[in-house]
Design a protein around this ligand. Structure first.
Ligand SMILES: CC(C)(COP(=O)(O)OP(=O)(O)OC[C@H]1O[C@@H](n2cnc3c(N)ncnc32)[C@H](O)[C@@H]1OP(=O)(O)O)[C@@H](O)C(=O)NCCC(=O)NCCS
Length: 142
């Protein structure tokens, strides 16, 4: 599979909404939330003919926080999310990366560990459904 990596912008709003609905059924961000994200932050996608894996990311002068990363169901376990993370590390080579993930989300935690993230701490009752968050960090490679 020949993959292209691209920055997604407001022109990709509808596409991101479709990806959200496929990847987070019942928990997808609304059009307004995605639009607000794109006004202030960034998004990236990877795929062959179209975006199959995407990330919604917040960059500050010191760090990058990954708010969302997802692969559409039919394209999971093919290495796409890991490749997208590697592209993001190259895009922001000097920055620390942070994220939080539900402790029950084993696929995501395995992905993050395999991409070099380490666990920082756990926060109980962090999410509205009462579940625990795992906070994770990846340092830049010196
Ligand atoms: C988590 C998610 C993004 C992984 O995407 P993916 O493209 O399937 O991941 P990859 O194929 O790149 O896998 C990367 C690593 O994660 C591990 N992994 C991925 N899915 C896994 C699963 N279901 N079970 C166990 N390990 C898994 C793989 O073993 C792989 O490790 P390796 O390369 O060292 O072997 C995908 O399952 C998804 O979109 N889930 C729904 C959305 C979500 O929960 N996002 C994260 C929170 S925002």
């Amino acid at each position: 599979m020949s993959l292209s990596f691209q920055r997604l912008g407001e022109g990709n709003l509808k596409e991101i909404q479709t990806l959200e609905a496929l990847c987070f059924p019942g928990e997808e961000w609304t059009m307004k939330m995605i639009q607000t994200h794109l006004e202030f932050h960034v998004a990236f996608g990877i795929g062959d003919s179209e975006t199959q894996c995407y990330a919604l990311v917040c960059e500050t002068p010191w760090e990058v926080e990954i708010f969302r990363i997802a692969t559409i169901p039919n394209f999971r376990k093919l290495g796409l999310a890991k490749q997208l993370l590697e592209k993001l590390f190259k895009e922001f080579p000097k920055k620390d990366f942070f994220l939080e993930v539900k402790e029950s989300n084993e696929p995501a935690i395995k992905l993050y560990l395999s991409a070099g993230f380490v666990e920082l701490e756990r926060r109980k009752k962090y999410y509205p459904d009462g579940s625990t968050a795992v906070l994770m960090k990846r340092n830049p490679i010196e």
